[in-house]
Write a protein that binds this ligand. Structure first.
Ligand code: DP6
Length: 355
């Protein structure tokens, strides 16, 4: 028989950015980071993990096409498959209650992974986060895997892609850099509040470009770590304080502080990219005009109603509160009319904003 499980995972958008690896072997960061996991609606990956004695080897398909894995992808893929499989349980038949696959038998069966995502891969919308989180979650479901300590699954997802570890939880999630333990098993994600804690928060995504980004984050942060003194300073002297500030802001639902820290951290991340040698430019002119628009809007409102953040690409993510979302969308549609019909995926909201 073929055993299989299908699971989906949403992407997450960082407010305090992960940029720079402490260990490339364990894929661990030089600083803590914090993000919001989006709802299961739009930006997500859906993954099916199957295994069978009848398969000849492990295989991976992405959006229907088989992936020929290079050394780096293979290492990430293996870390996830082997990591979760090592935590497998016996498979018990629902009806007969008989063990149908023993823990150790799982290892004799190759696994086939088929993953789909419904948004531009590598356009800097952290699709690797959803991708590897869905991979790990599908394997957990397939093998009925159990954690030996809280956060262990996230430590495995981290080895697929750093940002993926945060997508295993909903709501606001912190990734603690770790490093006290030799094997980096303390580099794990954890929710900072209950998933339902701040339900009024909204993320508006402006797809400025869906082209593949020019410098992958893995490659980019490698160059930043070796050349940017600003990055070193940031990791040591800026992020620890910001993590405290933003966690407090989230706990107190203080959008003013949350928004300010988020924007400043995005700006500093892009400043470290500029400080990288040779420099990396992720934001383009449209991205920069979005920054200006948000500041003009907040000045007009005399309070922070929207906050922007940019990852390793030109696309903008705007955080706002439910009560300002129509106002903000109206502004976006006025300045970026090309984001019109068909692009605002929530048609009701769009209609309201157009009026
Ligand atoms: C700018 O998680 O894609 O989105 O660990 O090498 O796979 P790897 O990197 P990745 O980097 C994401 C960087 C970022 C910031 C963030 O999500 O925190």
């Amino acid at each position: 028989p073929i055993h299989s499980a299908t699971v989906s995972a949403p992407t997450n958008i960082a407010c305090i950015k992960y940029w720079g690896k402490a260990s490339s072997h364990y894929n661990t960061p030089i600083n803590d980071s914090l993000s919001l996991t989006l709802d299961q609606a739009d930006l997500r990956a859906v993954t099916t993990a199957s295994c069978c004695k009848c398969f000849t080897e492990d295989k991976l398909w992405l959006n229907g096409k088989e992936v020929q894995m290079n050394a780096s992808t293979l290492k990430r893929f293996r870390a996830c498959v082997d990591g979760i499989r090592a935590l497998a349980s016996d498979k018990v038949d629902d009806i007969t209650h008989q063990i149908v696959v023993t823990r150790s038998e799982w290892e004799t069966m190759p696994v086939h992974i088929a993953s789909y995502n419904n948004f531009p891969t590598a356009a800097g919308l952290a699709s690797s986060a959803a991708g590897y989180a869905a991979l790990v979650a599908s394997l957990v479901a397939l093998y009925d895997a159990r954690e030996e300590y809280p956060g262990q699954f996230s430590a495995i997802a981290r080895q697929g892609s750093g940002s993926a570890c945060r997508s295993l939880y909903g709501g606001f999630v912190a990734w603690r850099a770790g490093g006290e333990r030799e094997d980096w098993s303390d580099s794990i994600a954890e929710p900072v509040v209950d998933e339902m804690h701040w339900e009024e928060i909204r993320a508006v995504i402006l797809v400025v470009s869906n082209k593949e980004k020019e410098t992958s984050s893995t490659k980019g942060m490698e160059t930043s770590v070796t050349t940017s003194r600003l990055l070193e300073y940031r990791a040591k002297h800026v992020v620890p304080q910001r993590m405290k500030e933003i966690e407090k802001a989230i706990q107190e639902k203080d959008f003013e502080s949350f928004g300010k820290v988020t924007m400043m951290d995005s700006n500093q991340f892009h400043a470290t990219c500029l400080d990288t040698y040779p420099p990396i430019f992720y934001m383009n002119d449209v991205s920069k005009s979005v920054v200006t628009m948000v500041h003009v809007y907040n000045e007009w409102a005399e309070e922070i109603r929207a906050a922007y953040t940019f990852d390793a690409g030109p696309n903008a993510v705007l955080y706002t509160l439910e009560k300002y979302q129509v106002e903000l969308l109206a502004l976006v549609l006025r300045y970026y009319p090309e984001v019109g019909e068909g692009y605002v995926n929530n048609s009701e909201l769009r209609k309201e904003a157009m009026e």
